[in-house]
Design a protein around this ligand. Structure first.
Ligand code: KG4
Ligand code: ZN
Length: 358
């Protein structure tokens, strides 16, 4: 034990139980996570059926649905974890990026709970979380009572592929990010959703295309790959237009649209560009691990291709943690909480918050 005249420092917590809250898009979710890794509970109320009739997320409908779902979802997460609010150390809530009207519902719920838990002189700390950072931390998570997955090692290269984002990120340590590249137009998930609509499949497009690929020939159509040489950027709008062109050519034909071949050829083009660029970035930056996260990481062809081609350990979350959830918010919340982050009650949402500005 040091005995010298050291200045008094605030003790830094190393362990935590965090309540996570997520409402950035069309999932209302809450979760309790211990030490950033062990999921004690995770509740997700999906609005996907509500939005399916519009062929995409309808922001006004989304925020109204969050209002209805948010407190029951939080209550369920606490009940499932056999805990009350007094047993958690902090509330982590998604601050952005996302739909403004959706983000504020989770944010205000978190503030309400922080206030309601206040004893004189103490209250539950609030920690605002970047949604993309949370997707990265989904790879640290495991279920209570089961063996935790191996921890990713730094430096690592992460591919974030969701409905709103496609980014290649270099992570040199906890909470330290450098953006290598990003999509210049559509996000990968957005491309899946748009192409699904073009070829007459339902919403969300990712799972619909994946299913439609069964029995399809990935080489039936030679769709373009935008390599954007000497950059780590992506572009998917040309690919989407190429699919549209093929569909237009076949309009009026007496034969049905070759949906399986179109879906399989489109998926192959997306997966090839994502995988080749990620592998190259990992090699050049001497990555010790590769992460693939976000809704599109649920795609089986992408998961298999990354696992097959990677020269270092690959971390892809289980399917339940690929799409939006609150366990990942709580996991990122832990690493920010133990680093000392505490946000004020007047914290505002940041609908366009880049990962590199956290
Ligand atoms: O991460 P996420 O749940 O929400 C955002 O933060 O955007 O990602 C949703 C996106 C949607 O575009 C959906 O079509 C896509 O992820 N997605 C998939 C699959 N499952 C979901 N894309 C390809 N294959 C899948 N199996
Ligand atoms: Zn997401």
């Amino acid at each position: 034990m040091p005995t010298g005249p050291f200045p008094a420092i605030e003790p830094v917590p190393v362990s935590s139980r965090i309540l996570g809250i997520e409402s950035s898009c069309d999932e209302t979710a809450a979760s309790v996570v211990e030490d950033g890794r062990t999921i004690l509970s995770s509740t997700v109320a999906s609005q996907v059926d509500l939005h399916a009739r519009y062929g995409g997320v309808f922001p006004e409908v989304a925020s109204r649905q969050h209002v209805l779902a948010i407190y029951p979802v939080i209550e369920q997460a606490l009940v499932q974890a056999h805990l009350s609010l007094h047993d958690v150390d902090a509330i982590a809530v998604t601050r952005g990026p996302g739909l403004p009207g959706s983000l504020v519902i989770g944010m205000n719920a978190a503030k309400g709970l922080a206030l309601s838990s206040m004893q004189p002189g103490s209250g539950l700390p609030l920690v605002g979380i970047n949604h993309l950072e949370a997707h990265l931390y989904s790879t640290w998570l495991g279920q209570a009572g089961q063996e935790l997955p191996p921890e990713p090692q730094f430096p690592l290269v992460a591919l974030i592929v969701s409905g709103g984002h496609t980014e290649l990120v270099l992570m040199s340590g906890h909470l330290r990010y450098q953006r290598l590249g990003a999509t210049l137009d559509d996000a990968a998930g957005e491309a899946f959703d748009k192409v699904a609509r073009l070829i007459g499949l339902g919403y969300p497009g990712g799972p619909a295309i994946e299913k439609a690929c069964e029995g399809g020939d990935p080489q039936a159509f030679n769709f373009p790959r935008a390599w954007l040489e000497n950059t780590w950027n992506f572009s998917f709008s040309g690919l989407k237009t190429a699919v549209l062109r093929e569909v237009r050519k076949m309009e009026g034909s007496k034969y049905p649209l070759p949906t399986a071949n179109l879906a399989a050829s489109f998926q192959a083009a997306v997966v090839e560009v994502l995988v080749v660029k990620t592998m190259k970035a990992a090699q050049i930056h001497k990555a010790q691990s590769i992460l693939v996260v976000g809704g599109v990481s649920a795609n089986r062809a992408l998961r298999e291709a990354v696992n097959l081609r990677s020269g270092c350990p690959v971390h892809i979350p289980p399917l339940s943690l690929c799409t939006d959830n609150a366990a990942m918010i709580a996991a990122a919340g832990h690493f920010r909480y133990i680093a000392g982050q505490r946000d004020p009650l007047n914290m505002d949402v940041l609908p366009n918050w880049p990962l590199t500005e956290v």
